[in-house]
Design a protein around this ligand. Structure first.
Ligand SMILES: [Fe+2]
Length: 271
């Protein structure tokens, strides 16, 4: 009988706030055919929004790409704000794209001006500043559920135009219309689906009415009870569901900050 190196995982989730995020233990840093682990991680991703893994030492580009296969098939098409990092990953490099210049330090989900935005993304650091440059995530389940029933009813029927109008530095015209509230296909929970980088206007509203509503929602998303904040260390991998969460960087550092990123192709967000 051939000896194969079977990896036996014992996947455990430990929540890190009352609304979002879990540290995952018991998962080995390898790819490979582990359908049971993959199934548990993908479900956990939809439940917790963002998952954190701690591998103790810097994760190489090939190891990162192999680990990514547990979450699905990585895509190469999504490139906003990133450079090619080799080995199937992209680089988010603060020297090339300073956070404030590309609004990485504003709450957003990635690429919602696309008809099919990425459904998930993952990061691991390659080089970090001595201090600062954290990443934050916000739960869009929590954001929706904390709205008044009046606001929920209003938003349940609305559609929002997403575009590159608020991110003109991309030099790229792109638009898509998505529901203001979508439903997670795995958990069945509703989520708020507008964000401060890509949501341009509410369909069918006048300019002032639309902008007032959107700005109120952007401010609502900036509520600490919906958030988790990660201080990066070499060896940490963060994986998030792009619809369940929004994310932002914290632009409080000097010096290089380089992160490897992999994204996963998504479908049209649906109510
Ligand atoms: Fe992003």
């Amino acid at each position: 009988m051939a000896l194969t190196s079977m990896v036996k995982d014992d996947v455990r989730f430990e929540r890190v706030t009352g609304t979002i995020g879990a540290v995952v233990s018991g998962v080995a840093l390898t790819g490979g055919d582990r359908p049971e682990t993959a199934e548990r991680l993908r479900r956990g991703l939809h439940e917790h929004g963002v998952l954190f893994f701690e591998f103790g030492q810097a994760v190489s580009a090939p190891d990162f790409a192999a680990f990514a296969t547990l979450f699905g098939e990585p895509e190469q098409a999504y490139k906003f704000g990133a450079a090619d990092g080799g080995g199937g990953a992209q680089f988010i490099d603060s020297d090339v794209t300073p956070m404030k210049d590309v609004r990485i330090n504003h709450w957003h989900a990635d690429g919602t001006a696309l008809e099919r935005p990425p459904r998930a993304a993952m990061l691991t650091p390659a080089e970090l500043p001595e201090v600062g440059g954290d990443t934050m995530w916000a739960s869009m389940y929590a954001a929706y559920e904390a709205l008044s029933s009046h606001d929920q009813r209003l938003l349940d029927g609305l559609e929002v135009l997403h575009s590159t109008v608020r991110v003109p530095f991309l030099n790229q015209a792109q638009t898509a219309v998505h529901p203001a509230v979508i439903r997670d296909p795995v958990t069945g929970r509703k989520m708020l689906y507008v964000n401060a980088n890509w949501s341009e206007r509410v369909v069918g509203m006048g300019d002032h009415e639309s902008e007032a509503l959107l700005q109120r929602l952007f401010a609502h998303i900036n509520t600490p009870e919906f958030h988790v904040r990660l201080r990066w260390r070499l060896g940490v991998v963060a994986v998030w569901e792009e619809r369940v969460t929004q994310h932002r960087g914290v632009a409080d550092f000097t010096g290089p900050r380089k992160l490897r990123r992999i994204t996963f192709a998504g479908d049209r967000p649906a109510a």
